[in-house]
Design a protein around this ligand. Structure first.
Ligand SMILES: [Fe+2]
Length: 157
């Protein structure tokens, strides 16, 4: 562990950012699948988004957010509420193509919300964390990451 240079903080944020990037790419694929009327592919992509978000949300809600909730309680509560909204719609894809004919529309709507949510984290939460958290906070976040894992590998050097 590198105690003072901040590299651990940057690595942790980099990993969360890679997951955001992967999700944004998948959201683009969902929109393309919708244009082709391919609900089966939309279902498959929803499951892939859910898989990337599972460890990601764990790291945010059990590591990053608790470290920031003292200073930003309302913002953190709002972000967690958005996680639940997104999860609800994604979970409908768990058993295959949802029977509800309104699901593809609800999926597109909640993915728009997710995209705005990601921007709020990138532009608000992550800079606030890099500016304000202690080495102990980053170690605690990294411990959650080690338990949760990560589905998005680092880019090849
Ligand atoms: Fe996030």
């Amino acid at each position: 562990m590198c105690e003072y240079c901040g590299c651990q903080a940057l690595a942790t944020i980099d990993e969360l950012t890679r997951e955001h990037d992967a999700v944004v790419d998948l959201i683009g694929d969902v929109r393309t699948a919708d244009r082709h009327g391919d609900v089966r592919l939309m279902t498959e992509l929803a499951r892939r988004i859910e898989a990337v978000l599972e460890p990601h949300t764990e790291v945010e809600e059990h590591g990053l957010f608790p470290a920031l909730a003292g200073d930003f309680p309302d913002q953190i509560a709002a972000l967690e509420a958005e996680h639940r909204l997104v999860e609800e719609v994604l979970a409908e894809a768990a058993g295959g193509v949802p029977a509800d004919p309104a699901w593809p529309g609800r999926l597109l709507e909640v993915l728009d919300l997710l995209r705005r949510h990601i921007l709020k984290e990138q532009d608000g939460v992550f800079p606030a964390a890099l500016a304000g958290l202690s080495t102990g906070d980053w170690e605690a976040i990294e411990a959650v990451r080690e338990r949760a894992g990560c589905l998005v590998p680092p880019a090849a050097a």
